[in-house]
Write a protein that binds this ligand. Sequence first.
Ligand code: NAD
Length: 363
Amino acid sequence: MATRIYLIGAGFIARTHAEAAYKFYGETPTDIELKVADPNPKALASFVEQFPHAVTFSDMKDMLAEEAQEHDVVVVCTPPFTHFELSSYALKSGRHVLCEKPLVMNASEADELSKLAKDLGKLFGDCSDRFIGLPKTEQVKAIVASGQLGEIYKVSFIHRDQRGRAGIEYQPESRWFLNSKLCGGGILTDWGPYDFTVLADILKPSAVDVLGGWISKPVTGADPQDVVYDVEHNSGALMRYHAQGQDRPVLVQYERSSCTHGEAYSLVEIEGTLGAVKFSPYFGGDAVVHRFDEQGSVAEKETQVPNDNAYGFMDAPLYFFVERVLGRDSAALLNEDAVFNFKCIQAVYESAASGNIQSVKRG
Ligand SMILES: NC(=O)c1ccc[n+]([C@@H]2O[C@H](COP(=O)([O-])OP(=O)(O)OC[C@H]3O[C@@H](n4cnc5c(N)ncnc54)[C@H](O)[C@@H]3O)[C@@H](O)[C@H]2O)c1
């Protein structure tokens, strides 16, 4: 029986999922059945130009009306304000659901979907796992787990870009990225899902305290005046990560900005009493730099760890999720794990708004 993949939304990200589906599960309609729904006829037309085997619908309810089969997968590829309603509808249609990041608009929607999936016996996945499983990150995890760094006490997780705002400098045609009612938030909502998923993958927290968070919207001459633009493009927090079996929590200095008048730089570094390891979990090269002490002097070992996975990072969410649906092991980010990471992001917003410490517990 052909694997059936249903895409809701035919925009930019839907194409990456369609590519992954064909790449891993076959190119002909007998290998895979790819269906896509979008109310925008232009989006559908250009989608089928690229993927001529895809069956199109203008209404996702018509697409999901046929009887569900055990391994059917729906991928929600629409702007964030639609994620809750569409994921909920797709789960109730009897299918497993993989939702684009950011998962939903608030913590109660996240809890509700996770519960719904559990009650229905379906998987609910989050595309925030896009950068999980990269060999360089796996090497960093191995160094951390080996104890070579001693007692880990601090992580810097900083990405500062001067002009890279979604909806302005990046993908300017998708203005919904600028309106909080449509997208849920700015850069913290857009990149935070990846950041908090990578942090959780490395530090395995059972709880996270946000000691102090901030969000800000730097003003520039390129700010659009003709649309709602009310989201932050500079954000950060000081956080305490508690891991099971660890005596002391790890402090995480976090920052993510797509617009700053300050310096642009990235630094991801894990520091312990016996050493430190620095790398880029994303596009900043494949180097893993391990620094330690050798008879009172700083020693440095740099290893290049290129990505030799069969899947690229844009393939990862669909590939991981379908593997799990088919009963095979994978790094898919599912149900309560996805909800935990989402709640950490919400806690940064809440701390920024209230000035109070916010705590998130797993489970
Ligand atoms: N653009 C990126 O680089 C990128 C990367 C990773 C994740 N994402 C995430 O993917 C999601 C979609 O982003 P995008 O860049 O593909 O947006 P996009 O604007 O390119 O496409 C969204 C599409 O959804 C359609 N749509 C809206 N409501 C719909 C509905 N009710 N039913 C069916 N279709 C509907 C729109 O007509 C549009 O064609 C967002 O959550 C975004 O955060 C985007």
